[in-house]
Design a protein around this ligand. Structure first.
Ligand code: NAD
Length: 326
């Protein structure tokens, strides 16, 4: 099949070219949008990522251009209007799991860095400052860690935190029996919010989870709580979190995702003026650590993303189901 890739980065090109044998791949750096959609002309399929806009009007244009398949090279599909795709007779496939460990381990990296301040220590030592002032952290051992969403990534995360000797509690609409067997206790969402020293979000973004972390849920949390979001930015009401940081209710914030991340994350804007004042405010807090959606960025995950996406496309081309349709 002829596939147009949007939002391509050098690592996408490298891994897809390495694992492709049958398809004709064209890589565009530009994100899919109302203006760039015309680049899909002459292709059978498009391949998109987390911040490509795949709304009803773009889907309509894609269908008119003869696109038959939208292949997401990610797990989340909140950026696709599935109803519009169905109406336009477009198949949507995704990569439900590539390496849950990649994202889970990144969440742990955020926790470890925020807690033990290795990012600050690194800069201090490089400048000849060997002082330990203000670098103290806390033992993870025996702290309560609350996991919201215990699917593939949440499970991997919970297992790592159990390994630290933490007490892991969880909330999910569908509890995971293997975690119960492993000693994780399922409780209500309120109890996760009230009892946890660290809260990590691993549920998808849906109508029900939009702004799951808001003024009311923050009010329930322990003072000094650490909040980690490696899932989707809009799970968190950013303004409410800023107020929580200002009042010191939230003691630490680690974000790999941000509600308004599209057009910012994945790009080098170091010589630009940042116009998103909310993000800039977040960046000013000494106890906030932001990474730009890099949870998936491991060798293993990139390999799986390329292999599974290409298999999804091959199955579609052969008129078969891959099992990864959404
Ligand atoms: P998954 O489908 O395996 O697990 C999601 C879990 O959330 C399920 O157990 C589900 O029952 C639960 N859930 C759904 N609605 C819920 C609700 N209202 N409250 C509590 N739990 C709820 O998904 P996964 O592979 O573990 O991925 C989780 C999320 O991580 C994805 O949706 C995606 O947004 C995000 N993600 C981020 C990155 C990154 O690079 N940062 C990479 C991949 C995935």
């Amino acid at each position: 099949m002829k596939i147009a890739f949007f939002s391509t980065k050098p690592y996408d090109k490298e891994f897809f070219e390495k694992h492709n044998q049958t398809h004709e791949l064209t890589f565009y750096e530009v994100a899919l949008s109302d203006t760039s959609v015309r680049l899909a002309e002459g292709f059978d399929s498009i391949c998109v990522f987390v911040n490509d806009k795949v709304n009803a009007s773009i889907i309509e244009k894609l269908a008119k251009l003869g696109i038959k398949l939208i292949a997401l090279r990610c797990a989340g599909f909140n950026n696709v209007d599935l109803e519009a795709a169905k109406n336009a007779n477009l198949t949507v496939v995704r990569v439900p799991a590539y390496s849950p460990h990649a994202v889970a381990e990144h969440a742990v990296a955020l926790i470890m860095t925020l807690n033990r301040k290795t990012h600050k220590a690194y800069n201090r030592v490089r400048e000849g400052n060997f002082s330990l002032e203000k670098l103290s952290g806390f033992d993870l051992y025996q702290k309560t860690v609350g996991v919201i969403g215990t699917g593939k990534i949440g499970e991997a995360f919970a297992r790592i935190m159990q390994g630290f000797g933490c007490k892991v509690i969880a909330y999910d609409v569908f509890p995971n029996q293997s975690l119960i067997d492993f000693g994780v206790k399922y409780v209500s969402l309120d109890e996760v919010l009230q009892q946890s020293n660290i809260i990590s979000l691993h549920c998808p973004l849906t109508d029900k989870t939009l702004h799951l972390i808001n003024e009311a849920s923050i009010a329930q949390m322990k003072t000094g709580v650490m909040l980690i979001n490696t899932s989707r930015g809009a799970l968190v009401d950013t303004q409410a979190v800023i107020e929580g940081l200002k009042s010191k209710k939230i003691g630490y914030l680690g974000l790999d995702v941000y509600e308004q991340e599209s057009n910012i994350f994945f790009n080098d804007l170091s010589e630009e003026i940042l116009v998103d004042d909310t993000l800039v405010r977040l960046m000013t807090f000494p106890n906030v650590l932001i990474t730009s959606h890099q949870g998936f960025l491991t060798e293993e995950a990139l390999t799986q993303i390329a292999v599974i996406t290409l298999n999804n496309i091959t199955s579609f081309a052969q008129g078969q189901k891959s099992g990864n349709e959404v």
